[in-house]
Write a protein that binds this ligand. Structure first.
Ligand code: PCA
Length: 324
């Protein structure tokens, strides 16, 4: 067959040989391209594309440009896209177990977060498989602190403040502290703070840095509430449709991504907190009263989560505590 004929056949969709199985998958991500999760995702995509010799090409779309954060999981489940990255605790309303990583003051260090993830891994994997999803890797955000545009020394100081939430745990925290929750994607928060739609949030130094929140906010209290996780998820049918050698490459790249993402998250913690301070924010641990009052709220939220999560939730916490 002449070269020209082959080209013509590919062009008319009658592709031959390896070209026949080459696929391109769009990979939506919610956070800005410069964010460390997005950087890890971009490297993962490159690793898969290179490793499969282009048989599977992953094209990342950071910043919520293809699907907003809240839509990514459904898009993968329903096959609108085959792969994407998502903060799973944002779907705690669907299944309370997804919120295991947003229980206040349960696991507040990277080490504890890793152990908590190990304790929850198989349960979360099974819940995802039931939803036509397969987990490739997961990376934690740095621990969560409170941002305000004034000094706050007690829960009473928070009354009436408009609070940006990103999942139901953050919304519940707002309710219990007398604040007014409004759910806003990370990609939209600079705008929300600039226009006064929100005046505070709980998040990492990483997100505060990525979104330059010092333009609107003044205080960061490093309360170290929890470390929520992002997950790289793939549509289960699409995953099962890949041949074994492609799956092996994807798994290898996922392992590297998880390692690199963890490392980046740790490094980014100190860097971003110092950048908040350099840009004029007060970055400080909470005062004693605030810390004590938040702990009491944390205990209530833990009890509420356990009540909803039942035996499966309790088993995660027990397995985690058994390692303490
Ligand atoms: N940043 C994300 C989730 C947790 C975090 O640190 C956000 O604020 O949306």
């Amino acid at each position: 067959m002449t070269k020209l004929t082959t080209v013509a056949m590919i062009a008319t969709g009658l592709a031959l040989g390896s070209a026949a199985s080459a696929e391109t998958w769009d990979l939506p991500m919610a956070y800005s391209a410069t964010n460390f999760h997005s950087a890890t995702g971009a490297e993962f995509a490159q690793c898969v594309t290179t490793g499969t010799g282009g048989a599977l090409t992953l094209v990342t779309h950071p910043g919520g440009s293809l699907f907003a954060g809240g839509e990514i999981k459904r898009a993968i489940q329903t096959g609108q896209v085959n792969i994407g990255e998502r903060l799973l605790s944002g779907h705690q309303n669907e299944n309370i177990l997804f919120g295991f990583d947003s229980i206040p003051f349960l696991a507040t260090s990277f080490e504890d977060s890793e152990r908590l993830f190990d304790a929850a891994h198989d349960t979360i994997e099974a819940v995802l498989e039931d939803q036509n999803l397969h987990m490739l890797y997961s990376v934690p955000w740095p621990s969560q602190g409170l941002y305000f545009k004034k000094e706050v020394n007690s829960v009473a100081d928070m009354a009436g403040i408009k609070f940006r939430s990103y999942n139901s745990a953050t919304a519940r925290l707002a309710e219990l502290t007398g604040m007014l929750p409004v759910q806003i994607e990370a990609a939209e928060i600079s705008q929300a703070f600039a226009t006064g739609v929100a005046e505070s949030m709980i998040s990492s130094g990483a997100t505060g840095y990525d979104r330059k929140v010092w333009e609107s906010l003044t205080h960061f209290y490093d309360v170290q509430a929890w470390l929520p996780r992002n997950y790289m998820l793939v549509n289960l049918e699409a995953w099962n449709g890949l041949d074994e050698s492609t799956q092996n490459v994807v798994n290898g790249c996922a392992e590297i991504a998880e390692y690199a993402g963890d490392w980046r998250s740790i490094q980014y913690t100190g860097f971003t907190l110092s950048k908040l301070a350099e840009n004029g924010m007060v970055v400080t641990p909470p005062g004693e009263q605030l810390a004590t009052e938040l702990r009491a709220i944390g205990e209530q939220m833990t009890a509420e989560w356990l009540e909803k999560a039942g035996a499966e939730g309790q088993a995660i916490i027990d397995a985690y505590n058994a390692g303490n």
